[in-house]
Write a protein of this length. Structure first.
Length: 178
């Protein structure tokens, strides 16, 4: 499989949005109900333009087709795309706070082929170079195995209300970058 990892640009937003929906609908079925998946697509699973503008969001591009995406952030928002109301885009203190891993989605046909791990490695390297000493994320249940395999710790589930009485579980996880 031939692909490159590159920084996302604003022209990628529509393709990223389609990738997120495809990934969520097909790779989340073992962990979330259809109702949860569709509510998450409308609220928390979506493109985060701040990550693209910050230059901290990556796509895996295979001959012009986006097959994966994910990024890291120097901002307080831990998860959620542009439509998610609970956002705090103020910048983190690299000495005291952890960088954030954000918005990882892989096309179902390319899942479990090392793409997410490659993007994650790129994110960790950049966050470390930026001066962060640790990194954290809010894992979806389908992402737990990947993050644990990459050295992230955490297993306490938390539930977030995402609209109309629908909740979705995530797992806060953390890793030292030293």
């Amino acid at each position: 499989m031939d692909y490159i990892i590159r920084k996302a640009n604003l022209d990628d937003r529509e393709a990223i949005g389609r990738l997120i929906i495809e990934s969520a609908r097909n790779l989340s079925r073992e962990d979330y109900s259809e109702q949860q998946i569709e509510a998450a697509i409308l609220t928390v699973f979506g493109v985060d333009t701040d990550l693209i503008l910050d230059g901290t969001y990556f796509v895996a591009d295979s001959s012009g087709m986006l097959i994966g995406c994910g990024g890291w952030s120097k901002r307080r928002t831990l998860f959620g795309g542009d439509r998610f109301a609970s956002r705090d885009s103020s910048e983190l203190d690299t000495k005291l706070e952890a960088a954030k891993i954000r918005a990882f989605f892989i096309h179902p046909e390319y899942a479990r082929k090392g793409i997410a791990r490659a993007i994650l490695s790129e994110c960790e390297s950049e966050a470390r170079a930026y001066g962060f000493r640790s990194i954290e994320l809010m894992a979806t249940l389908p992402g737990l195995k990947l993050y644990k395999a990459c050295g992230y710790e955490g297993d306490r589930r938390v539930e977030y209300e995402i609209g109309d009485g629908i909740g979705i579980e995530f797992v806060p996880m953390r890793k030292d970058l030293q």
